[in-house]
Ligand binder design. Structure first.
Ligand code: AMP
Ligand code: GLY
Length: 442
């Protein structure tokens, strides 16, 4: 039986644990918080940081007691966790540092696309001096987006018209990114603002071949109607035909081609990328464009695709490690994920350390799945942290049914929590279809 080291304690990692378990693996988990779902599925676990220093000293790693490792979140990948584990003889489903940089530096990602003339590219400009960025923006007359070059969990990006109104406010924030080193480095990217609908395409890859997953649409804004601050994602949906209601098969193929080209470009530069690649796209009037590339599954998106994965996840993992990628097959089902978060999530003061009551049995009876995220289990009770608490997933033959299942499951969670009820509702989907039609001028 395969022994697998799993790093991470979010909803995404609970879904990964579930898929590994279904594939017949024994799980050894390292979790920053005690996620009760992962704990239950694991042979053994430790609660501790996902730092190289901590993981290196674990007996599982020191004495090579696991067959391979799956790394959930981006930070350890970007810091070189895969390199450390592989140097100790433990293969990893996840890129090494020289390839994880595709998420670690938005500047690297944009430069790579430009250098290799990869489609889906947008105009961008990078600065490390507050006066230079001010000078540039004063004469820039298109709507723009301000992004720290480093990683901010999707929370450091400010879009004109959404997060700030005037050019002056944009300039002020761009200077702040440099001066306060937001994202860890004192560099800022200014990008042309794209208009359209966002979607996620995740692929498995061994560095050469790709196997695509169903498309997912994720909702980053904290409040209903896509208002409020950007978050890690409040929920998401996917469709039974693995497309989205506003995307054609050709656009899916185009998006796959962009990821293929990125993986090939990385390989040409001696950066073999293996694991999961996540493309965040914007479907514009001119077609699919890249917003960002992530070096891992999305969260919540992992919870849309992994429960409907028909192929054994452990087999996929080995095929990635051995460079002989197999094709991943998925059920023809629609999925809806809704996150439950602490009240005030997305603001500086979320309701942390509050008890959440979860009726697991009733959720199961509604036909929904439950994935725990950033909660702490202490003395048989579940407490909120400052981050997303748990997610419910509805799976059905169509979106309407899947949405209902997820919504019904939410009735069995209580406490000082908040959730978006509008995600994947009919009116919302119709509005998206209308918006894309208008943009395309049809
Ligand atoms: P990111 O962290 O790069 O995914 O950005 C967070 C969010 O900001 C994205 O999900 C988009 O909604 C928005 N965003 C980022 N870049 C752009 C862009 N060039 N044009 C329009 N919106 C963007
Ligand atoms: N759902 C956004 C992310 O995982 O980055």
């Amino acid at each position: 039986m395969n022994k697998v080291l799993l790093l991470g304690s979010g909803g995404r990692e609970h879904a990964i644990a579930d898929a590994l378990k279904r594939g017949g693996a024994k799980i050894y988990a390292v979790m920053p918080h005690k996620n009760p779902g992962i704990a239950k599925l694991s042979q053994d676990y430790v609660v501790g940081p996902l730092s190289l220093g901590f993981v290196r000293e674990l007996d599982w790693v020191k004495f090579k007691r696991v067959d391979f490792a799956v790394i959930g979140p981006e930070d350890p990948l970007i810091e070189g966790m895969a390199d450390m584990l592989e140097d100790k003889g433990i293969p990893v489903v996840g890129p090494r540092k020289n390839a994880a940089i595709i998420e670690g530096s938005k500047e690297f990602m944009r430069d790579l696309m430009k250098k290799h003339s990869i489609e889906g590219f947008v105009d961008y400009f990078v600065f490390d001096s507050p006066s230079k960025v001010e000078e540039f923006l004063k004469d820039y007359d298109k709507p723009f987006v301000v992004k720290p070059v480093g990683v901010t969990g999707g929370k450091g990006v400010r879009v004109m018209g959404d997060h700030f109104k005037t050019k002056e406010e944009g300039i002020k924030y761009a200077k702040e990114v440099i001066e306060k080193k937001i994202g860890g480095v004192g560099r800022v990217i200014i990008e042309e603002k794209m208009i359209g609908e966002e979607y996620t395409l995740q692929v498995f890859t061994d560095g050469r071949e790709l196997s695509g997953m169903p498309l997912v649409q994720d909702f980053k804004r904290a409040y209903e109607g896509d208002k409020g601050p950007n978050t890690g994602g409040m929920g998401s949906y996917s469709m039974e035909n693995h497309l989205l209601p506003f995307i054609t098969k050709e656009e899916y193929t185009k998006s796959m081609k962009i990821l293929e080209d990125i993986i090939a470009a990385l390989r040409r530069e001696g950066r073999t990328y293996k694991g999961v690649m996540y493309g965040q796209f914007m479907l514009t009037a001119e077609g699919p464009k890249i917003i960002e590339i992530n070096c891992r599954f999305g969260d919540p998106e992992a919870m849309n695709v992994l429960p409907i994965l028909k192929t054994n996840f452990v087999d996929i993992a080995w095929s990635i490690i051995e460079g002989k990628l197999i094709k991943a097959e998925f059920m023809e089902k629609a999925t809806v994920v809704k996150y439950v978060v602490p009240e005030g999530y997305g603001t500086p003061n979320p309701a942390k350390n509050e008890v959440i009551k979860v009726n697991e049995e009733r959720i199961k009876r509604e036909g929904a799945l439950l994935y725990y995220a950033s909660v702490d289990e202490r003395g048989g009770k579940i407490y909120t942290t400052t981050s997303r608490s748990l997610a419910v997933v509805g799976i059905a033959d169509n979106l309407e049914e899947a949405e209902k299942i997820a919504e019904n499951a939410l009735h069995h969670v209580s406490g000082r929590v908040y959730m978006r009820h509008d995600i994947a509702k009919k009116e919302m989907i119709e509005a998206k279809i209308r918006k894309m039609k208008e943009l395309r001028g049809s």
